[in-house]
Ligand binder design. Structure first.
Ligand code: MOS
Length: 735
């Protein structure tokens, strides 16, 4: 009766469509009051004073927190963000939109009205916002990938190889600031009961929120409980515990009332990170036979002022291993500006970096007059040359061939502008996708009740991706019962610990732990059965007994779990298991892969670019649920189409203010922008990256989309656009 891989409906789908799924801001907490953030209107300088008299006199106002009266916070171990400016700890201003005050009132409207009357006086310094002009002041990240590796790497001699090669490329690609824009804004309700803090908050990591809050308020993590059963989208901006969570808790402590703090859509642009702008220099070369000779990828990534923290978009990591190339060098640098701290956004590094690499590969293929797919196959890497290891599994060749077949790639006209239909220039482009298969330690508790129903608990998160559903499937299949007999609980720091839902790691981390805990609980039932004198199974090996269909099944007969437990006077058995990385990372290079094939149609007179047709083929190891997986794949491709053609955060150079901090002018794809998307999941049951052979699929599908579209635009128009998003102006005049 196995459910794994089947397209079963979301187990929480009914709750969601009927409005019964409770999101952070929707919890009913008695005596609740409301907090509103006041933000700086300058990007650099210092607060010289506040005029609060008018705001304080407004009806319903309970408290106004400024750096002058804010609680002093500690910065203990586990605090993810620097405590400095955005937590009202001093009067320095490091970016426009920085929180400078919190107004608390008895209703939201009254808090908003009073917040509008907080007057702040500033001494204004000149703001630095133009990263492109400051590349010569770029610096090496202090802690690239949290110190896990150096920011630079090198093998062979890329410079000499480049000089000697037949075909050469030396160009710069640019990606803009982008914002995650999940449907659900950040929201927190904070309540203190004595020295115990409970927060309901929208987060990708309840345990990170727990340790961060404990750190800020000098508590033991056991004094902080974080609850988050549903997340209305995260995409990375809810991966860290951002200042508003702490400010809500501070306001609750200072007022002695539970406080709700919900970010406005505009505040979502300055309060929880963004994908930083990147400038990427690519030098690449190939021989006449299409063999890659050298790759040099130097990435510059926009940063805030360094004392806010550090984030570096790791753009060049795929360049190290994706192709068979003897001479490769990469580097990562930061450019400090007066912008907020950037952060992870769906496929951080890969999404922006593979735009550059996969565009460059297309450019080299054109130079040596090879089909772009044939060029990639010519340089296919059977092993990871950077890590010097085999892949745990790599079905990229199948992604190429099955994607190309479904798309009809072989009918592609070789030359740009060769597929014109009247006034419409048709272009076909393709690109590769890759994303690491990350796995972290996760703990799961399973309780099998007498009626055969199963409760599975883990402090993981469901970002809308399907965690509830796929984990229920893993438990159901492990115990041989229908999914409807399983209840999966998550989103509460009181549950067994699970990692942050980031880096596409929830499935590879938590699913094996679910299976292990179910096995352990089933083992306890087998032990009960073997030690039960009525059954006469005492001499049997444990493996001779199976637990499924609500019973323990032996060679001669079965006994219902209810009967077995009743005889022991037990109402349930339970087990807790931890599962985490083994030595697979030492032995293998761990990645998921994919291919994108896209048709664009460009109006030769108007420059309008439409994505007309899309095929994506992916190697995600063992799929857990065909329906939630397809949702991830089409969601990722849609996110990538937005990156290619629409999304860009605009910053006013003078004030450092984000001028399109709304989802009317920060343009994301709508239904009319997205064609039917065909997704193929290639068979690859052999992943050696974890016991279930599963790979995450949340980020992979958006990697390479922007390059595939840029490559298709080149094929349609003959114009190579190296800056995202690709706009009408970039291809106008291509008629
Ligand atoms: Mo993802 S950007 O690791 O939430």
């Amino acid at each position: 009766m196995g459910s794994i891989g089947k397209p079963i409906d979301r187990v929480d789908g009914h709750l969601k469509v009927t409005g019964h799924a409770t999101y952070a801001a929707e919890f009913t907490v008695p005596d609740l009051v409301h907090a509103v953030l006041v933000q700086s209107t300058i990007a650099a300088g210092r607060i010289t004073g506040f005029d609060l008299a008018e705001a304080k006199s407004m009806p319903g106002v309970l408290l106004i927190i400024t750096p002058d009266n804010a609680l002093r916070l500690t910065q203990a171990k586990g605090v993810q963000q620097a405590v400095k400016a955005p937590l009202l700890q001093d009067r320095d201003i490091l970016f426009n939109g920085q929180h400078v005050a919190v107004v608390v009132a008895d209703t939201l409207d009254r808090a908003l009205a009073a917040a509008a009357r907080v007057r702040v006086r500033y001494q204004r310094d000149e703001a630095v916002t133009d990263m492109d002009a400051m590349l010569d002041q770029a610096y090496v990240p202090k802690s690239f990938r949290n110190g896990a590796r150096p920011a630079d790497s090198r093998r062979g001699d890329p410079e000499a190889a480049h000089d000697a090669a037949f075909a050469k490329l030396d160009v710069t690609y640019i990606t803009p600031i982008e914002h995650h824009n999940p449907m659900e804004p950040h929201a927190t309700i904070a309540r203190w009961q004595g020295d115990k803090l409970t927060v309901w908050t929208s987060t990708q990591g309840i345990s990170g929120a727990q340790t961060t809050l404990a750190g800020h308020f000098g508590l033991d993590p056991s004094q902080v409980r974080v609850i988050c059963p549903f997340v209305g989208g995260g995409f990375g901006c809810k991966g860290n515990t951002w200042p508003p969570v702490t400010l809500a808790a501070m306001a609750a402590k200072m007022t002695g009332r539970p406080v709700k703090l919900v970010l406005t859509r505009a505040q979502m642009f300055t309060s929880n990170g963004y994908r930083p702008r990147t400038v990427q220099k690519l030098r690449a070369s190939a021989e006449t036979d299409g063999s890659l000779q050298s790759l040099r990828h130097d990435g510059f990534s926009l940063m805030s002022q360094p004392n806010l923290g550090e984030f570096c978009e790791p753009v060049a990591l795929s360049t190290e291993f994706l192709y068979a190339c003897p001479n490769v060098a990469v580097s990562h640098r930061l450019v400090a500006t007066n912008m907020p701290l950037p952060t992870y956004m769906r496929a951080p590094g890969e999404a922006s970096g593979m735009f550059a690499l996969e565009s460059a590969i297309d450019e080299l293929a054109a130079q040596v007059r090879m089909d772009p797919l044939a060029f990639r196959m010519r340089n296919y890497a059977e092993n990871d040359a950077h890590e010097g290891k085999p892949y745990a599994s790599k079905a990229l060749m199948a992604c190429y061939t099955q994607g190309a077949q479904a798309f009809g790639w072989k009918a592609r006209g070789a030359a740009p502008r060769s597929m014109r239909e009247g006034n419409v220039l048709i272009g076909w482009g393709m690109a590769t996708a890759t994303y690491p298969t990350n796995r972290q330690k996760a703990t799961v508790r399973v309780r099998i009740a007498a009626d055969g129903s199963v409760l599975v608990q883990s402090g993981t998160q469901d970002l809308g991706t399907g965690t509830y559903t796929v984990m229920s499937q893993v438990a159901a299949d492990t115990l041989g019962i229908p999914v409807s007999r399983v209840r999966f609980e998550l989103g509460d720091s009181a549950l067994p610990h699970a990692p942050v839902s980031g880096g596409s790691s929830t499935v590879p981390s938590v699913a094996p732990a679910v299976a292990a805990a179910c096995e352990a609980a089933a083992g306890k039932l087998r032990d009960l059965a073997r030690s039960d004198p009525h059954l006469g199974w005492g001499d049997l090996d444990a493996s001779a007994l199976q637990v499924r269909e609500g019973a323990v099944i032996g060679p001669d007969r079965r006994i219902a779990i209810a009967a077995l437990l009743a005889r022991r006077g037990q109402s349930f058995v339970d087990a807790t298991s931890e599962s985490g990385p083994g030595d697979e990372k030492k032995r293998f290079s761990l990645h998921a892969f994919g291919s994108h094939f896209v048709e664009v149609r460009v109006d030769a007179d108007l420059g309008e670019i439409r994505v007309a047709r899309y095929v994506g083929a992916f190697d995600v190891g063992q799929p857990l649920n065909a329906k939630t997986l397809r949702s991830q794949l089409i969601g990722g491709i849609t996110y990538g189409i937005g990156m290619a053609l629409l999304e860009e955060t605009h910053v006013d150079g003078e004030t450092g203010r984000i001028v399109n901090a709304n989802i009317a002018e920060y343009v994301v794809p709508v239904h009319a922008d997205i064609p039917a998307i065909e997704t193929i999941v290639v068979e690859n049951a052999e992943s050696r990256s974890n016991p279930l052979g599963v790979k995450g699929a949340g980020e992979l599908p958006m990697v390479g989309v922007a390059a595939a579209i840029a490559n298709a635009v080149y094929h349609a128009t003959g114009m190579r656009v190296r800056k995202l998003p690709i706009r009408i102006e970039d291809v106008l005049g291509s008629a």
